[in-house]
Ligand binder design. Structure first.
Ligand code: GUN
Length: 303
């Protein structure tokens, strides 16, 4: 049988799904505020002048505003000491009206990301980076926060009616922010999960395509522009692209362009469904920041 290139994958519209979730959260937040007299509140911590971090925090701030949350961004100079930053976190942990705390990574070299993550109250750690949240996610029980991007991927597939249960999901990339927590979520015996998961990474070397080609659902989260080529994808597979890579593009006014980890223009002829970049997973991450913030507030105030 010859492969025909006429097939074009259905586009999974993460932007539209995220907009619907944001509207639901806004309604729920209004009810929360009516009951408690307070707004869900998130504080963003931004250290230094990393342009990507500035954009992420600005976008997250705008969405929280739109959802009717209270939010603030605390900005600190690149030179802030670790001790002073930890002191600021301790103050926010102790503030009963701050429900969520998000310290944007990366941090300057002289500050330990581990110590900062471990300083955040796990009940306010809506990133799900604290070892207590990581551990509870792994166990799959109790009140915990799962990291926003993996949670967004699972929610997107659920709302898009992509059957995950019993499917072979291959994740490429083993980061603590995406790959590892996504594997932990997808193996859970739960709605939208119950998958057979392979976590592939650079250790696969030249065998990577062997693994990716066996995926019913392929999730690219390695952070390498256009790394997943058409011949690495099984015909009819669902392809989820978590990549956010900025590459040079002389045709753009900015001189750059945002692309995913998937060679979209080629892979769309092989996959049955595919997420675009931008407009796929990215908006889902922001929706999950809102979801987790509201959950944190509800856990603290609603009995
Ligand atoms: N830097 C890149 N992604 C993230 C994220 O999801 N959370 C935080 N806090 N920092 C990041």
């Amino acid at each position: 049988m010859t492969d025909s290139p006429i097939n074009i994958a259905r586009i999974i519209d993460g932007k539209a799904i995220a907009a619907k979730i944001r509207a639901e959260i806004k309604t729920e937040a209004e009810a929360f505020t009516k009951t408690t007299g307070i707004k869900p509140r998130i504080v963003f911590i931004l250290v230094g002048n990393n342009p990507a971090s500035e954009i992420y925090v600005r976008n997250k701030g705008l969405s929280t505003e739109e959802a009717g949350f209270s939010h603030e961004t605390l900005r600190f100079a690149e030179t802030i000491s670790e001790k002073d930053l930890l002191h600021e976190i301790a103050k926010l942990n102790a503030d009963p009206l701050t429900h969520a705390l998000l310290c944007q990574m990366p941090l300057p070299k002289h500050i330990s990301e581990e110590r900062v993550i471990e300083a955040i109250d796990p009940a306010k750690d809506i990133d799900g980076f604290h070892p207590e949240n990581v551990g509870r996610l792994s166990i799959g029980k109790g009140n915990y926060f799962a990291p926003c991007t993996p949670q967004g991927v699972v929610e997107m597939m659920l709302r898009d009616n992509i059957e995950v249960s019993g499917k072979h999901v291959v994740i490429v990339g083993r980061s603590n922010i995406v790959g590892k927590p996504l594997a932990a979520l997808l193996v859970q015996k739960a709605k939208g999960a119950n998958a057979i998961v392979t976590l592939a990474h650079t250790g696969a070397g030249n065998r990577l395509a062997e693994f990716t080609r066996s995926a019913d659902i392929l999730i690219a989260a390695m952070g390498v522009a256009h790394a997943i080529k058409a011949d690495m994808v099984q015909r009819g597979a669902v392809v989820i692209d978590v990549g956010q890579n900025v590459i040079p593009d002389a045709a753009k006014k900015s001189g750059t362009r945002l692309v995913g980890d998937v060679d979209y223009d080629a892979v769309k002829h092989v996959a049955s469904a595919i997420t675009p970049v931008p407009g796929g997973v990215g908006p889902m991450t922001i929706a999950m920041v809102l979801r987790n913030t509201l959950t944190a507030a509800q856990r603290m105030h609603v009995r």
